[in-house]
Ligand binder design. Structure first.
Ligand SMILES: Cc1ncc(COP(=O)(O)O)c(C=O)c1O
Length: 431
């Protein structure tokens, strides 16, 4: 029985969790209503509220801050894709993370986090929750013993990202899950880069998968969104309660766009992964490139773990690299790309480049950034669905221009310890 057939038999009676895998058929059909007369593509129910037959009578949807038919379709599909309960969908990935933290923490509690992690997550903990008395410790999550050592009696949650953003370092999720289970602590995994198609944290023992659906799941740079996926009924109802109470639900239109993206997710991820591997191998051979981080490369320090933990022998579309010419070369390169777009984004159909130090990670203290390898010269590349030879040609011309580049003004700004923040300020503040 294929993953789809299993899932279909379970979901055709409603939206029960299913043991379905992350295949093409499942992604195309998960969460679709199948009753006779149902439209193949659901409409966008752009209504704030729903008529009720009488006071106290049960209704499927009452008010769109709590639930909405289109949001529910997205939640069922995402939940089925991960063999879990329906997801809880949010307006953004950071709204999802905020809800998770509010649902699991109280004043005085403590979180252990991987130190190579999305900058917005670091900011949320250090600048938003710390004043409310929530403590956190950042550790090298590729060494599970460091996670175990950092767990305190008041620790409630371990939050990791694997592959991590933007160094691509991996955490052995199964090993960490055994540690957190033994300690009675929840494990959340930000699975944004791989999605349930290429990695299934819940199968490895995690309690919650965290997604910025803004990235690969929607995949077309058209809709922000976030989601939390779990198999724990009581955690799910607490998450829904927090979402209702804080007003962080996904909008009907963005849910519709995200469902549309999800339908082709496995297909896209195969091509993203193939293209990224080709580009990574090319970069690795280029004399102008100092190092390339991509889990699919044989030289990747955690290649064995990548092969065990990622599904289908694929490793996603994101890689990072450092040019031999350091910061001046990196800045010149970013100025010179033509086909690739310099943006604060990852995981879309077109190839995107980012400068983590001044963009996604500008709010991470510089010592913390450098300690995990997010140097000022590091470039993140999210390889799109173009012909990979066209991407390589663009990278080639931009790297050629960067060789021997002299960017004295930028070098000066970056040389100051607050350099990244200066550039971020010019960008209107870190996102
Ligand atoms: C790995 C990861 N997690 C979470 C987020 C936050 O998502 P959003 O921008 O949808 O709030 C991002 C955003 O870049 C991300 O890259």
């Amino acid at each position: 029985m294929s993953a789809y057939t299993q899932s279909f038999s379970a979901s055709s009676t409603g939206h029960e969790p299913s043991p379905g895998g992350g295949g093409d058929t499942l992604a195309l059909h998960a969460g679709r209503p199948r009753d006779p007369g149902a439209p193949l593509v659901q409409g966008i129910i752009q209504s704030t509220t729903f008529r009720q037959s009488g006071v106290g009578d049960p209704v499927n949807h009452a008010y769109s801050r709590v639930s909405n038919p289109g949001v529910s379709e997205l939640e069922s599909a995402l939940g089925e894709l991960e063999g879990a309960l329906p997801a809880c969908a949010f307006a953004t990935g950071l709204a999802a993370e905020t809800a998770l933290l509010l649902a699991t923490l109280r004043t005085g509690d403590h979180v252990v986090l991987g130190d190579a992690i999305y900058g917005g997550t670091v900011r949320l903990l250090q600048q938003v929750l710390a004043p409310f008395g929530v403590g956190c410790t950042f550790v090298n999550a590729s060494r599970p013993a460091e996670i175990a050592a950092a767990i305190l009696p008041r620790t409630r949650l371990v939050f990791i990202e694997s592959p991590a953003n933007p160094t691509l370092s991996l955490t052995d999720i199964g090993v960490v899950a055994r540690i957190t289970r033994a300690a009675g602590v929840l494990l959340a995994v930000d699975n944004t880069f791989l999605t349930p198609v290429l990695q299934r944290p819940l199968d490895l023992g995690a309690d919650v998968s965290v997604y910025s659906t803004t990235k690969h799941i929607e995949g077309h740079s058209a809709a922000l969104g976030g989601a939390l996926v779990t198999r724990d009924e009581s955690l799910l109802s607490r998450l829904r309660f927090i979402r209702k109470s804080t007003g962080a639900i996904q909008s009907p239109f963005n849910a519709w766009l995200t469902v549309r993206g999800l339908r082709t997710l496995p297909l896209r991820l195969r091509r993203h992964s193939d293209n990224a591997l080709r580009v990574a191998r090319w970069l690795q051979r280029h004399p102008g490139v100092r190092r390339v981080n991509y889990p699919g490369l044989a030289s990747f320090p955690q290649a064995d773990l990548a092969a065990r933990q990622h599904l289908g022998g694929l490793h996603g579309g994101v890689l990072s690299f450092e040019l031999a010419g350091g910061v001046p070369a990196g800045l010149s390169f970013l100025r010179s790309v033509r086909l690739c777009s310099l943006v604060e984004h990852v995981g879309s159909i077109e190839t995107l480049v980012t400068h983590p130090a001044s963009m996604t990670h500008a709010d991470v203290p510089i010592e913390q950034r450098l300690a995990v390898g997010i140097t000022d010269g590091l470039v993140r590349l999210s390889v799109g669905l173009e012909d990979p030879e066209d991407v390589i040609a663009d990278l080639d011309q931009a790297i050629e221009r960067s060789i021997g580049a002299d960017e004295p003004a930028a070098e000066q700004r970056l040389a100051a310890t607050a350099g990244s923040a200066v550039i971020a300020a010019a960008n209107g503040g870190a996102l």
